[in-house]
Design a binder for this molecule. Structure first.
Ligand SMILES: C[S@@+](CC[C@H](N)C(=O)[O-])C[C@H]1O[C@@H](n2cnc3c(N)ncnc32)[C@H](O)[C@@H]1O
Length: 352
């Protein structure tokens, strides 16, 4: 059975080499993940180098929690790369981790207060779980990805949502000061136009997006950006991992309550004295929003009204209030009636 140049191992040897059991190996065989050659007479299995290497991949993927069905898909689906699957698995694990973290935080608070407060704390936890899981892409960003860079250059007839786009991205890059090799997370990275401005300064960029297609294009355009699949409400980053968080034209896809949770996620992943810089579609406050919308109605600009109502333009004053209440020093820039930038630097208790 042994061909010239090929080496085969038996199940016990393979199990020993891979620190597993013959039983586990037979299980993966039954599930159709591996198919070692079998001796017709004595039923002994013979594992080639390729079988052993495939088995070691299977064991590694099991160790990081991938289900057997998922592993089968990764190994058999030509459109699915292992790296792609790892990204998906990481964002799923981060979501689980954050859920557990929220529960532990709630327990810590329960321990410190009286039974009477338990109900409110539990309700808060319930709301948090709901918020983290509730966001849906109702715009279908995957289908925008291919044409996105052309789309931002197009002007609408009566409304140009991307007016000021280049200036805003440039302003973010000029405002955030980072040492070379610092780490910058660009959330809602899209095709990487903002992240690329930081790469050019020698800064390491992690681009996060909920759209896999956007990430693919970002990766093709800027392979140096480390792309991660994930979303604003469960960032695929560890606590205190990055020096700055930037974001452009992405936050207005979240409801107001989700936006505040997104700011708290940014705070979680920032190092002490970290910086947040966001340029996005927003009004200054409720009064400003009413004035702008009234003026558009008077003009009969239904294109603008429909475009604005299809998304969730922020109330800048609410974001600034949250940031100031959470020990940030905040500066703002208004580019036009619907576009602003918020720059926030975390200050320590001594105020520096
Ligand atoms: C209009 S594009 C902007 C892309 C890029 N930041 C730029 O300025 O060119 C919005 C991007 O935000 C992403 N996005 C929207 N909501 C998101 C969420 N909740 N979490 C992560 N990404 C999100 C979309 O998938 C899309 O790639």
């Amino acid at each position: 059975m042994k061909k010239k140049g090929e080496s085969f191992m038996q199940i016990k040897e393979v199990a020993k080499q891979l620190n597993t059991t013959p039983r586990a190996i037979r299980f993966y065989e039954e599930k159709g993940l591996i198919a070692p050659k079998k001796d017709a007479e004595n039923e002994y299995r013979y594992f080639s180098d390729t079988d052993v290497s495939r088995l070691s991949t299977i064991l590694a993927l099991r160790e990081i929690g991938l289900p057997v069905k998922g592993i089968k898909k990764v190994l058999e689906d030509p459109d699915m790369t292992i790296k792609g699957y790892l990204h998906v698995q990481r964002s799923a694990l981060v979501e689980q981790w954050l859920e557990i973290k929220d529960m532990i935080d709630t327990i810590d608070r329960m321990v410190e207060c009286t039974d009477r407060d338990f109900y409110d704390l539990a309700q808060h936890l319930k709301k948090l779980k709901h918020l983290r899981k509730g966001w849906e892409d109702k715009w279908g960003f995957d289908s925008w990805a291919e044409d996105f860079d052309n789309h931002i250059k197009q002007e609408g007839h009566g409304f140009n949502v991307h007016q000021g786009y280049d200036e805003a991205l440039e302003r973010i890059a000029g405002t955030v000061h980072l040492d070379e090799h610092a780490v910058c997370a660009d959330i809602g990275v899209g095709t990487g136009n903002l992240g690329a401005k930081f790469l050019a300064k020698g800064i390491n960029v992690i681009g996060i997006d909920q759209s896999k297609k956007m990430l693919e294009i970002c990766n093709k355009k800027h392979p140096e950006i480390e792309v991660r699949h994930g979303h604003f409400l469960a960032l695929p980053l560890l606590d205190s991992q990055v020096d700055t968080v930037v974001s452009s034209y992405a936050l207005h896809h979240l409801l107001d309550s989700e936006k505040l949770l997104a700011l708290s996620e940014m705070t979680r992943v920032l190092k002490p004295n970290g910086q947040i810089c966001i340029a996005d579609l927003m009004f200054l406050d409720e009064t400003h929003q009413a004035e702008v919308m009234d003026a558009l109605r008077m003009e009969g600009n239904t294109e603008a009204i429909e475009a604005i109502e299809d998304e969730y333009y922020a109330d800048r004053s609410l974001l600034v209030k949250w940031l100031e209440e959470n020990q940030y020093k905040v500066e703002t820039v208004m580019f036009n009636d619907i576009l602003s930038m918020i720059y926030a630097k975390k200050v320590d208790k001594a105020g520096s």
